[in-house]
Ligand binder design. Structure first.
Ligand code: FMN
Length: 173
């Protein structure tokens, strides 16, 4: 699958088959997250791969009890280990770095026929507690991974038109 195919096939999957993912396959996917760029190549990140049902249930509780979190065989927490690192442009490096890495993850998962869903609706403090993340770190996002109940296919996406979101040379509303 080329990159564009993976981009078009990836969608938020909120219904999963009752089928696990081997750690070998998971590591293949995580290896693509590892290859993501990061500010100054600092790689101040950790990924907690949750595939134990008891721990996953704790994540489900702190992620607004969204049903698909429990259904997915795996939930990955993307953690920045330097949440206070603000780039000279004023933007937190960890949030940018983790977002890129987790998107690499999502696209590689799509390439493997697996579904993912970003989860931003969770309680930060409770999530850290649930998977024993030190207080000084921050979970940037959670992501479910699993076999989609309906195969991934390129489908029409509800997106703004290009003209609405780009301008050339100077900003225009
Ligand atoms: C940072 C972020 C947080 C999100 N949080 C949630 C969430 O908590 N629950 C959920 O069901 N979907 C969540 N989503 C998925 C979005 O709703 C979804 O990406 C968007 O509607 C576009 O649909 P698509 O991913 O199928 O293209 C999140 C997406 C992003 C990027």
């Amino acid at each position: 699958m080329d990159v564009e195919d993976a981009i078009l096939k990836r969608r938020s999957v909120r219904s999963y088959k009752n089928k696990g993912i081997s750690r070998e396959k998971l590591e293949k996917i995580m290896d693509c997250a590892r290859m993501a760029p990061s500010a100054n190549n600092r790689q101040d990140w950790k990924f907690v791969v949750v595939d134990d049902d008891v721990v996953k249930d704790r994540i489900y509780e702190v992620a607004n009890r969204q049903g698909f979190v429990r259904e997915a065989p795996v939930v990955i927490a993307g953690v920045t280990t330097d949440p206070k690192d603000i780039m000279s442009c004023g933007v937190p490096a960890g949030v940018v770095d983790l977002s890129i890495a987790m998107d690499h993850l999502a696209l590689k998962a799509a390439d493997e026929g697996l579904g993912t869903c970003w989860i931003g609706a969770f309680n930060q403090e409770e999530a850290k507690e649930a998977i024993e993340i030190p207080e000084k770190y921050e979970v940037v996002a959670l992501m479910t991974v699993g076999h989609p109940s309906r195969p991934l296919e390129a489908e029409e996406k509800n997106r703004k038109d290009l003209e609405e979101i780009i301008s050339y040379n100077t900003y225009t509303e």
